[in-house]
Design a protein around this ligand. Structure first.
Ligand SMILES: *Cc1c(COP(=O)(O)O)cnc(C)c1O
Length: 225
């Protein structure tokens, strides 16, 4: 089971099983293929096999790949890595969806570009792990601030729990994000990765971000880079 087509089929059947178990519909879930560290040719191949949503973590890395992707008319590019305010303008030229908005300052910067953008708020649900993400208590003010930005359309919440190989350990974070989305009446939930996408779908994910299960281990930079 080694070609990209076979790995896409495997991920698709995992999604279908989770969808069936949770009584949901397949079209409620968008597979965001995470292509960080892979060359543009891999994105083109995935597109030719039917994938349409792609997630990238680094503005500079994606800026270098983007010219090779201009023919992918229906591709949707999501920024899923932390965004610094000073890269916000460049990011608006590269991505349609910003999944990692976590401050009012960043929202204002994105709004200034005058380009219509979909945004999600990255929520930090644990003191462990990454520093990125808004605290749940900050959500009401941040949501108000984003909704006051005419160029931003706030659609949902995103989270990245501390990494753990056991999906039952990350499940409570998915459940908590779902609760927060309901409280704040946000329809979309970006959560779940290669190893825990089933738990995420069972807990209401609308976007799963899958890298390794589709593309294999990410290439490591060589020692002299
Ligand atoms: C790399 C990454 C993923 C994909 O992780 P895999 O385990 O390779 O599926 C998902 N979300 C974010 C934010 C990432 O940085």
């Amino acid at each position: 089971m080694n070609t990209l087509q076979e790995r896409i089929d495997q991920v698709e059947s995992r999604i279908q099983n989770a969808v069936r178990r949770s009584g949901r519909a397949r079209d409620e879930i968008t597979l965001v293929a995470v292509t960080k560290k892979f060359p543009a040719a891999v994105i083109c191949e995935a597109y030719s096999l039917g994938l349409r949503a792609f997630g990238e973590n680094y503005v500079q890395e994606f800026a270098e790949k983007r010219p090779a992707l201009s023919g992918l008319a229906e591709a949707q590019f999501h920024l899923i890595g932390h965004l610094q305010s000073n890269k916000a303008r460049q990011a608006t030229e590269l991505f349609q969806t910003m999944e990692t908005v976590d401050s009012e300052k960043l929202a204002r910067r994105l709004n200034e570009s005058e380009k219509r953008l979909e945004v999600m708020i990255e929520v930090k649900l644990s003191p462990e792990g990454t520093k990125a993400g808004a605290d749940p208590e900050e959500l009401p003010a941040l949501i108000d601030a984003i909704r006051a930005c005419p160029n931003l359309r706030l659609t949902g919440l995103m989270t990245m729990p501390p990494w753990n190989p056991d999906p039952e350990t990350t499940r409570p974070f998915f459940r908590r994000l779902n609760e927060l989305a309901r409280i704040h009446q946000l329809p979309k939930l970006s959560m779940g990765m290669s190893h825990d996408l089933e738990a995420a779908i069972e807990e209401g994910a609308t976007h799963i971000r899958v890298g390794t299960a589709l593309f294999g281990p990410r290439p490591k930079p060589s020692a002299d880079e």
